[in-house]
Design a protein around this ligand. Structure first.
Ligand SMILES: *Cc1c(COP(=O)(O)O)cnc(C)c1O
Length: 379
């Protein structure tokens, strides 16, 4: 059997081991130490001025702390993009709050600003103003940040950017992760850079970052003994894991280039295939890291071939692919939560497929992908 081609697998540079070795040599194995500080500094320099980064154990933990910093608590409502991974919405429930799901628009697959405003007005009319908004940069594609930020400002709503998969993407030359009051990043094993598992919270002031670190390290008051005035969490990144992050930051730009090359490969392949569109930037304001390349398959134009037929054909060739996100408002666990919008995210799920996008795919891998696609579309 030929080797499996993955959707998105870790891609080490070889530089990570040096920082891990340093941590062992100096016995900095604890969840603090020079790798954590340096990883945060490198990330801050990368994101630009006035961004303060707290390295955490996961992107999910970062969203949870973001909601706590937004003051979200029991009985509150949080507006959340429905087209996303469940980790965007779960922390709303950790806080005892209710997610209110918002549909996407077709240009970026991200939260529709018009539907967002309709929802805000309706929730206020129903007697409760939402506390915060969680917007995602799906598969690396920046959301419509101008419009969304304007709405958040108009209604004084705390804005959280879930840029878990969008490190290296920009909108109007501003880096993803920096658009909200709080941004979050993920370094999970499948992301554009990985620390095996990890995440970060991006704050706008040093004080807010400091508060995030305080919560992430069990909310210890300043005292020689263990003293606590607030509920704490164990969400800090370890110094070993941060060593992987330091090595990965050295190859982030290269990973973006390689992922974008995979996207170009698909654009080039599908230009001659009827009924398939490759998810691409709507205009030059948007620059996606193309973390995952995605296509939409319209069976009315492919002679009845569906995205599920394609997924099974790829699977038979030992090539991984995955349907686009099933929207949160269609998930059993969120079925009773409010939803605003139409069927855009639903049809993205129905017709969309993510294809192998790793930065470490070889030209042989690409040949195999091409052969499998040819066998499916040209037969
Ligand atoms: C990966 C991901 C997360 C969760 O990040 P973890 O580090 O795995 O906790 C959240 N939101 C989106 C959109 C993601 O892709």
């Amino acid at each position: 059997m030929n080797k499996k081609i993955w959707l998105s697998s870790p891609h080490m540079s070889g530089k990570e081991i040096k920082y891990i070795q340093e941590a062992f040599n100096s016995n900095w194995i604890a969840p603090l130490g020079p790798n954590v500080t340096e990883f945060e500094n490198t990330m801050q320099i990368y994101l630009g001025e006035n961004n303060f980064v707290a390295a955490l154990s996961s992107g999910t933990a970062a969203i949870h702390l973001g909601l706590i910093l937004a003051g979200v608590s029991q009985g509150d409502e949080v507006l959340c993009q429905t087209f996303t991974f469940s980790a965007s919405a779960n922390p709303v429930v950790y806080q005892g709050a209710t997610p209110v799901f918002i549909d996407s628009e077709a240009d970026t697959f991200n939260m529709c600003p018009k539907t967002l405003e309709v929802a805000i007005i309706d929730r206020i009319a129903k007697g409760k103003k939402p506390k915060a908004i969680i917007v995602v940069d799906s598969y690396g594609m920046p959301a419509k940040w101008d419009e969304i930020a304007a709405i958040a400002k108009k209604y004084s709503l705390f804005l959280i950017e879930d840029a878990a998969s969008a490190l290296g993407s920009t909108f109007k030359n501003q880096k993803c992760g920096t658009f909200g009051d709080i941004g979050i990043l993920s370094f999970n094993g499948n992301k554009i850079i990985t620390t095996s598992g990890g995440g970060a919270l991006v704050a706008k002031t040093w004080e807010i970052k400091d508060k995030a670190v305080f919560f992430a390290t069990q909310s210890r008051d300043n005292a020689p003994h263990y003293q606590h005035s607030e509920i704490g969490y164990n969400y800090r990144m370890s110094n070993i894991v941060a060593g992987i992050g330091r090595g990965q930051m050295e190859v982030l730009d290269e990973h973006v280039t390689l992922r974008r090359a995979m996207h170009d490969f698909y654009v080039n392949y599908f230009k001659d295939i009827q009924g398939v569109t490759v998810f691409s930037e709507p205009n030059t304001d948007y620059y996606s890291n193309h973390w995952l390349s995605a296509i939409l398959v319209n069976p009315e134009q492919t002679g009845g071939k569906t995205r599920e037929d394609l997924r099974l054909a790829m699977d038979a060739a030992n090539i991984e692919s995955r349907p686009l996100w099933k929207p949160m408002h269609l998930q059993p666990i969120f079925a009773n939560d409010p939803y605003y919008g139409g069927t855009i995210s639903e049809s993205l799920f129905q017709n969309g497929l993510c294809l192998p996008s790793c930065s470490n795919l070889t030209s042989e891998d690409r040949d195999r992908i091409k052969v499998a696609l040819d066998a499916f579309f040209l037969k």
